[in-house]
Design a protein around this ligand. Sequence first.
Ligand SMILES: [Zn+2]
Length: 346
Amino acid sequence: MAYEAAVLAAPRTFELRSIPEPDVAGDDVLIAVRAVNVCPTDIKKWKDDGLAEMLGRTPLILGHEIAGEVVRVGPKADGISVGDRVAVDPVIRNRDAAGNEVLTGIGSAAGAVDANALLLKERGIGGGFAELVKVPAGNVIPIPDDLSYAAASLVEPLADVVFSIEAAEPVKGRRCGVFGLGPMGLLHVEALRHAGATVIGIDPREDRRAAATQFGAHEVASPGSVGGLDCAFIVAGGPALASASEEALKLLHSDGVLVLFASGPQNAALSIDLNRVHYRRQRIVGVVGFRRPDADGAIALLRAGAIDVDRLRHPKIPLSELGRGFAETGTPGTFKFAVDLPGRGG
Ligand SMILES: [Zn+2]
C-alpha cells in the first residue's frame, strides 16, 4: 500500500508523491489525516534556500496542525485504538546519551530540519500534508466526538495561545493588546475575548485590523496610536518583534505583563527602562509551544464555540495546490490555508 504526500523536494517546490506505507511497530500510531493547516513555521522551511542540498538527498513532509482518524496501532500504543479521533502534539521529546533533551518534530515542527528529514527516511515519521502520518503514541491527543476534525486541527496552535494567555493571567476585565493580527493574533483575540478581557488588536495593516474586528476585538489600532494596556501579547514576529515590544513596554500600566509569543531575528535585542519595570511591578514572559494541559484548554475553547473555525481556516485548498497556499499566505483576505482530506476509503 502507498499513500499520497506533498513532499518538499526543493525550496518552494512541493511534489505530490506516492510513498510506501510505513511500518507500524512499537508505540507507533498511523493516522489518516482529515484536516491540516498551513503555519508560518512551515513557510519558514518552505522558502529556506539553505535547505536545497539537504532536500535533494532527504525530502521533508511539512504540516503539524493535524487532526485525523487512527487507522493502525503498534502493539505498545497503549490506550489508543483503530477508529479513534485524534489531534497531534507535533513535538517529539527524546534524551541523548548525556541526558540532554533532544527535540524533533512531526512535520518538522521542532528541532533541526536535517534530523526531521532523517526521521522520515529512517522511521517513516513525516508530516500532515499527506494522506497518512505516523506519530508516536505519546504525541496523540484524543478529541471528543462532538469536535469536528476541522476544529481539532486548531488544537495545536490554540494550545500555544492558551499557554500564552495563562502567562498573563489574570486577563479578565483587563485591557489586553494583541500586537500582530495574523492567524495567531486572531486566535489570541478570540481566546482573550472569551476569557473576559477587553481586546485591542494592533497591526499596521488596515485589512488585518478589519479582520480583528470581525473576530471580536473590542478596539483596533495601528502601531503608535494605542492607549494604555494591562497586558500585551507580541504576536508580530520577525523584524516587528522589537518595535512592537518597545511600544508595548511604554504602554503597560502598573502590574502589567508583556508576553513574548513570536520569535524574532537572531539576537533580537531591546533596550528596556528597568526602573519602569521595577517601580511598576511589571513582568516580561516568554512562551513557546504548549504543555499538555493547554491542549485540554484549547479543546474546551473549541467546544465552547469561542473560535470561528471556518472563518480562520480559509481558504481551503486541495493537497495538490499546497504550493499556492504557501505562496499566498499573508495576502489580504486569507487567514490559515487549510486542507481537508476524505480519509482512507472516504
Ligand atoms: Zn503551527
